[in-house]
Ligand binder design. Structure first.
Ligand code: A5P
Length: 225
């Protein structure tokens, strides 16, 4: 599995060019892309990275990748990130099982190109087939948001950290992992989640993917609309 992730990640890194502003994704597959960018930087490539999490920022710094932020660079040339699910046909995504969905979505929306790297186990016929939808909520009154999500058909679980306490995102928020018995349309659900008070952001990434580099036994396939 790691070799598939590496193949997808390295294939996407071939798109990185001298002088680019590059969004650096989060999660185990994106981390392999950051490793590969780090190697290229060590060999002289000059790029500026915009990290999507504190963890990725620490990894990138350790590899000598120059970092900046969206205040300095509001437009990103290329972002390479992972996904929890990729929907066949739409290339819509579920992201956020690593807990970085808010910064990932902001960086994705600031990017001219979003290239998703994944092994083929992430490809699904419909979003929600295998994974819950992570929903990031403000800790204050999170139960109110949870009740509204239940009314929308979700079975929600407050994500726990390894210490048994609620997981806290880089932005200081909680995450509710929401399972929907029938998720007819990711797009329609995303529009509903956008209006729940207390929800900061959700892990449905609609119409933002430029291409997916999907690794399987036969090699790396490029999926684009
Ligand atoms: C991080 O918040 C996520 O969106 C990740 O991109 C996603 O969970 C994929 O991670 P893996 O590459 O580790 O499966």
């Amino acid at each position: 599995m790691d070799e598939l992730k590496r193949a997808a990640a390295e294939s996407a890194v071939t798109l990185v060019r001298e002088g680019m502003i590059v969004g650096l994704g989060s999660g185990s597959t994106a981390a392999l892309a950051v490793d590969a960018i780090g190697k290229a930087v060590a060999q002289g490539l000059r790029i500026i990275g915009i990290p999507t999490s504190e963890r990725t920022a620490a990894q990138a710094r350790a590899l000598g990748i120059l970092l900046s932020d969206l205040g300095e660079h509001a437009e990103i040339d290329l972002t390479i990130d992972g996904a929890d699910e990729v929907e066949t046909g739409t290339l819509n995504l579920i992201k956020g099982h690593g807990g970085a969905l808010l910064r990932e979505k902001i960086v994705a929306n600031a990017s001219k190109r979003l290239v998703i790297v994944a092994d083929e186990s992430k490809l699904v016929a419909r979003l929600g087939d295998r994974m819950a939808v992570p929903v990031e909520v403000v800790p204050f009154g999170w139960q109110v948001a949870a009740r509204r999500l239940t009314a929308l058909g979700a079975i929600s679980a407050l994500r726990q950290g390894s210490d048994g306490k609620p997981f806290v995102s880089d932005g200081g928020h909680y995450i509710l992992d929401c399972t929907f018995a029938q998720l007819a349309s990711g797009e329609a659900l995303a529009a509903e989640l956008d209006h729940v008070v207390g929800v900061v952001e959700h892990g449905l990434f609609i119409s933002v993917t430029t291409e997916v580099r999907l690794a399987g036994a036969g090699g790396v396939r490029v999926l684009a609309l």
